[in-house]
Design a protein around this ligand. Sequence first.
Ligand code: PGA
Length: 261
Amino acid sequence: MKRRGLIAGNWKMNSGLVEAAQELTGSILAGLSEREGKKLLCEVLVCPPFTVLSSVNQKIGGSSVKLGAQNMAIETSGAYTGEVSGLMLRNVGCHYVILGHSERRQYYGETDEIVAKKTASAYRDGLTPIVCVGETLAEREAGTTWAVVSRQINAVLPSLPQEAAKQQQLVIAYEPVWAIGTGKVATPEQAAEVHTSIRKLLVSKLGDEVASKIRLLYGGSMNAANAAVLLQQEDIDGGLIGGAALKAKDFLTIIDSYPSA
Ligand code: PGA
């Protein structure tokens, strides 16, 4: 059976004022309700900044749109000034959490080890982790794309719980760093090549049954114009979308681009 797709909006530190977040969420919900007759082929997720999670959750209400955060603490509670735990995220309605985004690796020193610990914490706190991996331009040019991506994935796999059902809840987002926010999207071939290798790696480490249910997202300048061709690739099960997720119309077009077969 085909994996259910996932189209996720990573708002980053944007649309973070209550009114703006409400407006964007409202427009997405309005667009989705216009499509009500058609069964949605993919799951839809929004990941706003921490401070508006609660109000976006209220707006989402009982709709099918899911809520996610963009980061979380390793610990559950305690003397960790400035941190937000997975337990707190669950409490305001989150089901997902983005981990190891390249901006966190680059600007906040998140190492593979930290991302692995956060992945284990996400499962502990009842959240589905979306683990981001991807090479920089220099790494691609040096021919080390797969060395980097496989190292980043191998680092988190030991954090998966024993239960196969939980392992299948892992989501991996392949986001070439050179494509993030640059308008330079990976070609469908470039993306598909890495996605196929990731699937093979997962099969070898976790077995066919688990690996075939793990969703692999592409991220990096995905937009309304290029989404369809990327989403048609066999091992691309959805997208992690930054800039284009801030415009409801573009985000809805990407959702509509998810292929039916
Ligand atoms: P972008 O960001 O779509 O703006 O390139 C994607 C991401 O960083 O998740």
